[in-house]
Design a binder for this molecule. Structure first.
Ligand code: ZN
Ligand code: ZN
Length: 237
């Protein structure tokens, strides 16, 4: 999907969110990420893990190039790109160059996940991305199945069919999985009363958007946090 189509799609669902989105920032990041993905995509299928892929790109000078590209796009300086990458991986975004490093790493992870998605889908009631290891908080219903989608690399895996399963503890008991939503059941906040985990879910299958946007659109579920707190009180009293 082109950058403009992606921004248009996001705009279409922005009203669900209840908070403003910086479309200009989304456009900038998406365009540089698509650029980087275009450069590394042809190599992405050759490695057994994302780590190996990143290491190989680094040895070919392509990681440094990707970070530099992201840096010039967002107008930020990078000192030692390896330090920036390290900071990005530990989430220390105060370090110089860590933001462009994060943008570059995400683009590389997305290219890797795209390749991984061509293989047999992974079925696993887990919240941890099998590709990059990030913890997903986003569930999507598709074709009657429940999938988790990674907010970082956009890899998607199946957690259950017919009924949602808690991706954090594997709880299948419908009576202890809370679904807090509006009447239309488009986007919901889900809660497992067994392990205490909560996550967001897009239940309306007519919501169609590129994978990179789904975790953002699912943020709309945050508006049910207040209701969840009320239920929790009643549940515990
Ligand atoms: Zn991932
Ligand atoms: Zn659970």
């Amino acid at each position: 999907m082109s950058v403009e189509e992606l921004v248009k799609t996001l705009n279409k669902y922005a009203h669900l969110l209840g908070f403003p989105i910086n479309l200009e920032w989304v456009r900038t990041v998406e365009s540089v990420q698509q650029d980087i993905m275009g450069e590394v995509r042809r190599l992405a299928g050759n490695y057994g893990s994302l780590r190996e892929f990143v290491e190989s790109l680094d040895s070919q000078g392509l990681l440094e190039k990707a970070v530099a590209k992201a840096a010039s796009t967002i107008g930020e300086d990078v000192g030692d790109y390896r330090e920036s990458v390290k900071a990005a991986l530990t989430g220390d975004l105060k370090v110089k160059g860590s933001k462009p490093a994060l943008i570059a790493l995400q683009a590389i992870a997305r290219a890797y996940a795209e390749e991984a998605s061509k293989k047999e889908p992974i079925v696993e009631p887990s919240a941890y991305c099998p590709t990059c290891g990030a913890t997903s908080e986003t569930m999507v219903k598709s074709g009657g199945k429940y999938l988790m989608i990674c907010h970082f690399c956009t890899y998607t895996w199946i957690t259950s069919e017919k009924h949602p399963t808690c991706p954090y503890c594997g709880n299948k008991d419908m009576l202890t999985i809370g679904v807090i939503s509006d009447k239309q059941m488009r986007i919901a906040l889900m809660k497992c009363w067994k392990c205490g985990a909560k996550w967001r879910a897009i239940l309306d299958e007519t919501i169609k958007a590129p994978p990179v946007l789904l975790p953002l659109i699912a943020m709309a579920a945050e508006k049910y946090t207040q209701i969840l707190a009320t239920i929790k009180k009643e549940f515990e009293s």
